[in-house]
Write a protein that binds this ligand. Structure first.
Ligand code: NOJ
Ligand code: CA
Length: 560
């Protein structure tokens, strides 16, 4: 057994909502909580047990909700607190937990704390943010250190009134909070209590591993755009102490805590997930997102299956019996997986195979809106049509010297905007997302890729997700069993086993459009197996996987 049986989140799975593009319930072209309310039965029908909401709070949307201007309210575009409570109650009555995004590394520059803080050094909010004097070089003022922000240019912005720079690890409009200030930590706890008192079941904690900065803020490696300051704000000196304080609040309510931990190592993750220092329930690691690129634009290369498999197995082996994985392939920060790790020409096959390839691993699966119907990357014809701050910045800086076609192609394959097009509900106008023109482009494939159509098709990607989630609940081996990978060097096929007591389940996934011969690992006989799942409707050739085929076999040993 895994040693994690006491935690109920282990057997659960979650659906992620990025509300602006989920469903417009009041006809203004923007997704909202009225739309969510109407779709809760649909979400439940997938077989998930909870919802993670990306931020729903008031925000100027410089980073689409991750720049918060009021932590204890709902963005008027999405409804109000009353409507949120209705959603919460209905979700609970359907057996769905609800977790919110807790974004406390930074606020919006339009948050009242920041508006106050920039007024002067004697302001009560003065130390809520990270302010530093300029460095003077040859009589010119320079930022306090050489860090780049992850989203746009340098990590420091000068404020004329304070005559100081403030730190922003992300966009200019996202000043970093000073977590070393006890008052800030009290504010965070009060935000947590506000939502937990209302009945929220936990939090996904945004870049939580960045909240403690190295006190000296030393220079990073020069000329490494985006992440040169990382060693000095990732998993900083007081992180454990601060997370313990937050844990104490969450535990008072039995709340789930899932920490986003960009670029964290397994060794570090184990420190925060185990023993007395168990301050988080799960961590969202980034290794599986690096099989083709890192948080999109900076580095991008072709997809390597071996790299993806190494990332999967590394986390599976390292956490086994000690901690629990958060399993995901898509979220609002990454392009769509069929376009990335699958193949749009084999849309159905690769979309279904990718579902099985991660849902049956040990951990709690997260499914991002639209993933379950196989939505793919959108191709926009001009950079002016993109909205994501990071895409726009990358286009104008890193790719500046490339041809227009190449620059746009890079944005097309990697932009976060591809995950942010309106959810495709039906063949109706605007994909059934809204009765009026939506706030962002609907993917032109919506007449073929939509919930309505896939509901009617027993072999759709949508129904395959349902089957995977049902199977995971039915065969406990898929939740609690051990994990073992076979043939790690095979560049086309991913094979892993889950094993518990007398039961063995083997998952074989082809990442190739060509037929792939396979053999089963030693000790496995296909004739004795039960075929639990396959993404092709008809019986298939023994020993050969067709394009993007997945087969899941089961063996039950006789009792001795
Ligand atoms: C991670 C979030 O998932 C992403 O959308 C956001 O831009 C950054 N954190 C900054 O909050
Ligand atoms: Ca709306």
């Amino acid at each position: 057994m895994s040693g994690m049986e006491q935690y109920d989140f282990c057997s659960m799975s979650f659906y992620q909502i990025w509300i602006r593009s989920f469903c417009d319930g009041n006809g203004d072209g923007i997704g909202d909580l009225y739309g969510v309310y109407d779709k809760l039965e649909y979400i439940r029908s997938l077989g998930v047990d909870g919802i993670w909401f990306s931020p729903i709070y008031p925000s100027p949307n410089a980073d689409y909700g991750y720049d918060i201007s009021d932590y204890k309210n709902v963005h008027p575009d999405y409804g109000d607190l009353e409507q949120f409570q209705k959603v919460l109650q209905k979700a609970h009555s359907l057996g769905l937990r609800v977790i919110l995004d807790l974004v406390i590394n930074h606020t919006s520059d339009e948050h009242p704390w920041f508006i106050e803080s920039r007024k002067g050094k004697d302001n009560p909010y003065s130390d809520y943010y990270i302010w530093r004097d300029p460095r003077w070089k040859r009589r010119k003022k320079r930022p306090p250190n050489n860090w780049f922000s992850q989203f746009e240019g340098l990590a420091w912005e000068y404020d004329d009134r304070r005559e100081q720079y403030y730190l922003h690890v992300f966009a200019r409009k996202q000043p970093d909070l000073n977590m070393d200030n006890p008052k800030v930590r009290e504010e965070v706890k009060s935000i947590m209590r506000f939502w937990l008192e209302m009945g929220v079941d936990g939090f996904r904690e945004d870049v939580i591993t960045y909240i403690s900065k190295h006190p000296q803020l030393p220079d990073g490696i020069p000329f490494l755009p985006g992440i040169n300051g990382l060693p000095f704000y990732q998993e900083g000196p007081n992180l454990m102490t601060y997370l313990k304080e937050l844990r104490a609040v969450a535990q008072g309510y039995g709340a789930i805590q899932i920490g986003e931990a960009p670029m964290t190592s397994v060794k570090t993750a184990l420190r925060f997930l185990t023993g007395e220092n168990r301050v988080l329930d799960m961590m969202i690691q980034f290794d599986t997102m690096m099989a083709d690129c890192f948080l999109m634009e900076y580095i991008h290369h072709n997809f390597w299956l071996t790299k993806l498999k190494r990332a999967f197995s590394k986390w599976q082996y390292a956490l086994a019996g000690k901690a629990w994985n958060a399993l995901y392939l898509e979220n609002h920060d990454h392009p769509r997986i069929i376009s990335r790790y699958g193949n749009e020409k084999y849309w159905r096959e690769s979309g279904t195979m990718l579902a099985a390839c991660y849902i049956f691993q040990q951990g709690t699966p997260f499914i991002y809106q639209g993933q379950e119907i196989g939505m793919t990357n959108i191709e926009l014809s001009s950079i002016d049509q993109y909205l994501d701050v990071l895409s726009i910045h990358a286009y104008h800086t890193f790719f500046k010297h490339q041809s227009e076609a190449k620059r746009l192609h890079r944005i097309h394959v990697s932009s976060r905007d591809s995950a942010r097009t309106p959810m495709q509900w039906s063949r109706a106008v605007n994909a059934g997302f809204s009765t009026v023109e939506p706030w962002f482009y609907v993917h032109p494939n919506s007449p073929e890729v939509n919930v309505e159509l896939e509901e009617q098709d027993p072999n759709s990607i949508l129904n395959f997700y349902r089957r995977c989630l049902t199977m995971r609940k039915r065969y406990h081996t898929l939740i609690w069993g051990s994990y073992k990978e076979y043939f790690p060097w095979n560049r086309k096929i991913y094979v892993y086993e889950r094993r518990l007591d007398r039961e063995r389940i083997l998952v074989l996934c082809s990442f190739s459009q060509e037929n792939q011969e396979y053999r089963l690992p030693k000790g496995y006989a296909e004739e004795e197996a039960e075929l639990l799942l396959c993404n092709y409707p008809r019986p298939i050739t023994a020993g050969v996987l067709h394009s993007y085929e997945v087969r899941v076999f089961r063996w039950l040993e006789e009792r001795a």
